[in-house]
Design a protein around this ligand. Structure first.
Ligand code: GLY
Length: 327
């Protein structure tokens, strides 16, 4: 099987062993992404922690909320509780022992909001939404973003590292080795794409970024076109993985632009990921995962390497899958 073939099979990826199969399992055609689910809500989110986030997003949609609300509130679940320490204030700190967070949200009217390198904000995705809704800007960073959070009542105040963060940081300080690992807790951003029953689409990303990053480092997650992208004529995409790779190639935008040119989600996924490696193979420790949702509800996912998991949520329930690798 060629690399291209393996990406074509992306949406036929296996359900993960040990994961709960919904009572009303989606049909093979739905899982394959081959059958558009018009007027049916659909949510996809990155990694295993995408499952509780997707459940929350589906609940928001079932309650009549918009794709944008679902994309915001879904990922808030992981901002509140992220056992792998890659999202929210529980995330691993940077080299200076400081937790800084990045987040972005975008809808299909071309509006977006983002925050980067913020401290003391429990829900950076909510702050990103406020940037979108209540400021003339698209991205606020650092102390300016924190001041805005205070004015919006979203700043939760400085908090010391918890014992596990403190222990892990002090352990890291002993060696001071900086080497991101593929599929590790180092870069397990939550990214989500949503299409509601009215056909509206939205995307969201939130992360504590790379563990042990330099202070001030910002990844792809808060950058429109890199970590997320939505186009009303085409669809939506989100990325996870090593931000330095994604932000140089605008992987989410490339995928959505391919949809706009008539490619299927699997083709768009394949093409955007191949763009990352066309100049040559990347280091073995580089992982990038991509989820693509077309406006008709068809979808696909892929990654540079095995190990990228994602959640798929439909009216039938939420299932976890592993995306095939293309490099
Ligand atoms: N993809 C998340 C990051 O690199 O920060």
């Amino acid at each position: 099987m060629t690399r291209r073939d393996s990406v074509r099979l992306v949406a036929g990826s296996t359900l993960l062993a040990g994961c709960t199969i919904p009572h009303h399992a989606p049909t093979a055609a739905e899982l394959s992404g081959a059958m558009p689910m018009i007027d049916a809500p659909i949510v996809l989110a990155t990694w295993n922690h995408g499952k509780p986030a997707t459940e929350r997003a589906l609940a928001e949609l079932a309650a009549g909320h918009s794709a944008l609300d679902a994309a915001e509130r879904g990922v808030m679940v992981v901002e509140s509780e992220c056992p792998d320490r890659s999202v929210g204030l529980q995330g691993w700190p940077d080299r200076d022992g400081i937790v800084t967070l990045d987040a972005a949200i975008m809808d299909d009217t071309g509006r977006s909001g983002a925050v980067a390198c913020v401290r003391g904000v429990a829900h950076p995705i909510a702050l990103a939404r406020r940037v979108m809704d209540r400021t003339p800007h698209a991205l606020l960073v650092g102390p300016g973003a924190e001041a805005f959070a205070r004015s919006e009542g979203l700043h939760t105040g400085a908090r010391p590292l918890d014992p596990e963060q403190e222990r892990a940081w002090r352990e890291w300080l002993r060696e001071r080795q900086y080497s991101p690992r593929a599929n590790s807790e180092n870069h397990d951003t939550i990214g989500m794409v949503v299409r509601d029953a009215k056909g509206r689409m939205a995307a969201s990303c939130t992360t504590s970024g790379l563990a042990w990053k330099m202070h001030g480092r910002v990844g792809d997650s808060p950058l429109v076109g890199a970590g997320l992208y939505v186009d009303p004529k085409a669809g939506a995409a989100v990325c996870t993985g090593l931000g330095e790779v994604v932000m140089r190639k605008l992987t989410s935008c490339i995928a959505v632009e391919r949809l706009r040119s008539g490619a299927s989600p699997a083709e768009a996924c394949r093409d955007a990921l191949h763009r990352l490696v066309e100049a040559g193979p990347l280091a073995a420790n580089v992982q990038v995962g991509l989820i693509v949702l077309a406006k008709d509800g068809t979808h696909a996912a892929g990654a540079l390497q095995p190990g990228f998991t994602y959640a798929l949520g439909t009216a039938a329930g939420v299932t976890l899958h592993e995306a095939p690798a293309v490099a």
